[in-house]
Design a protein around this ligand. Structure first.
Ligand code: NI
Length: 190
């Protein structure tokens, strides 16, 4: 297991369409090593999600957090070759997003509030899940990375892009609305 360097905006690996992973290779040593390294890297950098191109691997694999299990512990999912579908494009949620590949900045992005996702998990099993709210945002942010899209591409009003400290002081006032989620949203860098 190794902590890998995180690619930063401007590197072409973040702007390309990533290649699917052969499902038969998921349980092989190469992909399993990548998954372990991505977990270690994500923990080290304090992200709630990470996409493979962020560690210079242009393949369709993400780790996505923002969910809790039945006991209230954070749940992280490995999703390989994820396919997202949106039931209601008009049902949107907006929040200030961050990204480990764009350090220190936050920007306000609106996305569909609920998504259905089909993917392979880390054991090579086909899974289907439904997510809404914060976890749906994290997942969409990570999956965007697989198509070379960064959250700043989705900011409609660039006056709502700023440095973390200034955003927290002057722009992001959503935390007061739901205290339970505030810590999670405040650490939404991925
Ligand atoms: Ni990101």
């Amino acid at each position: 297991m190794a902590i890998r360097k995180v690619s930063r905006m401007g590197h072409p690996v973040l702007r390309q369409k990533c290649k699917p992973i052969d499902p038969n290779h998921i349980t092989g040593s190469e992909i399993q090593q990548l998954i372990r390294d991505m977990f270690a890297t994500m923990v080290e950098y304090g992200g709630v999600g990470l996409a493979a191109p962020q560690v210079y691997e242009p393949v369709r694999l993400v780790i996505a957090g923002g969910e809790e299990d039945d006991e209230g512990h954070p749940r992280l999912r490995v999703l390989i070759n994820p396919e997202i579908s949106v039931a209601d494009p008009d049902d949107k949620i907006g929040m200030y997003e961050g990204c480990l590949s764009i350090p220190d900045l936050r920007g306000y992005v609106e996305r569909p509030a609920a998504v259905h996702v089909e993917a392979y998990n880390e054991r090579g099993e086909k899974i289907a899940i439904d997510l809404e709210g914060f976890s749906a945002v994290v997942l969409q942010h990570e999956c965007d990375h697989l198509d070379g899209i960064l959250y700043i591409d989705r900011i409609e009003d660039t006056s709502q892009l700023g440095f973390e400290r200034e955003v927290a002081r002057f722009l992001d006032l959503t935390e007061e609305e739901d205290e339970d989620d505030s810590e999670q949203e405040a650490s939404g860098a991925d």
